[in-house]
Design a binder for this molecule. Structure first.
Ligand code: PMP
Length: 286
């Protein structure tokens, strides 16, 4: 992979950041990850919107505008030589030259990198569906309070993952403050009941893949709503799937050791997976 740091394109192994950077010390950073498929970015504009929105809310400034960032991302991909890549853009508070505790003294930093695509779910998991455990860990601020700022803070999600591994599951879902289902380590969740889709409404990252599912549903005449999803409703659903840039639409066929419906990937999930990948070849969606 190739990184962009301090005005230079570097091999990933040479892209190093100071331990004094507040992004590292205080999770004082925002980032976004976008997917390249067949050499083409998928929904880059939406990722840039979310990234620049986060920078503005955190009152960080970087020396590039949207076009400048897009050009750097394209260059990282071109230099890496990968036709399928994950591309990440990052803004951090940076470090203060005087070690001041005043964030206004810090010199904000922008970085980016492109690494080869490696889906979070493998082919076998996509075919049979993932085994998920619901952890009792709760999605905590800042992610749950201002989820539009995409931040690295994952303590709750990582603890949820360990709960899931302890129980023999492959990944985890954690809860919101009311005990409803929130999201997982790097993904949103949907369920399908009687042909209607729902996904948690509050306290979760407004995922671009989640948004893409709404767009696909609108095109395909499916009804999708953002609303509370209780643990019981999720387990009683006809179909469940999770969504992320790093994996697309991924079926879930088992929750807490029990099959969802007949335990097979359902028809709505299967159809959305096909549509999702078809859109990657559609220039209108790049
Ligand atoms: N929730 C969390 C906590 C995430 O980190 C991510 C992906 N980074 C998502 C959901 C999925 O968002 P997207 O579809 O934009 O990748």
């Amino acid at each position: 992979g190739i990184a962009f740091l301090d005005g230079q394109y570097l091999p990933m192994s040479q892209a190093k950041v100071s331990v004094l950077d507040w992004g590292f010390l205080h999770s004082d950073a925002t980032y976004d990850t976008v997917h390249v498929w067949n050499g083409r970015f998928f929904r880059l504009d939406l990722h840039l919107d979310r990234f620049f929105g986060g920078l503005e809310k955190l009152r960080m400034t970087i020396p590039f505008d949207r076009d400048g960032v897009a050009e750097i991302l394209h260059n990282c991909v071109a230099l890496s030589g990968h036709r399928a890549a994950y591309v990440e853009m990052l803004g951090t508070r940076g470090a203060s030259p005087t070690f001041s505790r005043d964030p206004r003294q810090a010199i904000n930093r922008f970085m980016a990198f492109a690494v080869p695509f490696g889906s979070v779910a493998n082919a076998e998991q996509l075919q049979r569906g993932l085994r998920v455990a619901i952890s009792d860990k709760v999605r905590i601020p800042p992610a749950s309070v201002d989820p539009s700022i995409k931040n690295y803070h994952w303590l709750d999600l990582v603890r949820g993952l360990y709960d899931a591994y302890d129980r023999g599951a492959e990944t985890a879902l954690i809860l919101d403050f009311n005990g409803n289902v929130a999201e997982g380590p790097g993904f949103n969740v949907f369920c399908v009941k009687d042909g209607k889709l729902s996904t948690p409404a509050i306290g979760v990252l407004p995922g671009i893949t989640r948004r893409t599912v709404f767009d696909l549903c609108a095109e395909d005449g499916l009804v999708a709503a953002a609303a509370d999803v209780s643990v019981a409703a999720l387990k009683a659903a006809d179909e469940v799937f999770i969504t992320s840039t790093a994996g697309g639409i991924m079926p879930v066929t088992e929750i807490d050791g029990a099959a969802i419906a007949d335990g097979k990937v359902g028809p709505v999930t299967g159809r959305l997976m096909v549509l999702y990948w078809q859109k990657h070849d559609d220039p209108a969606w790049s």
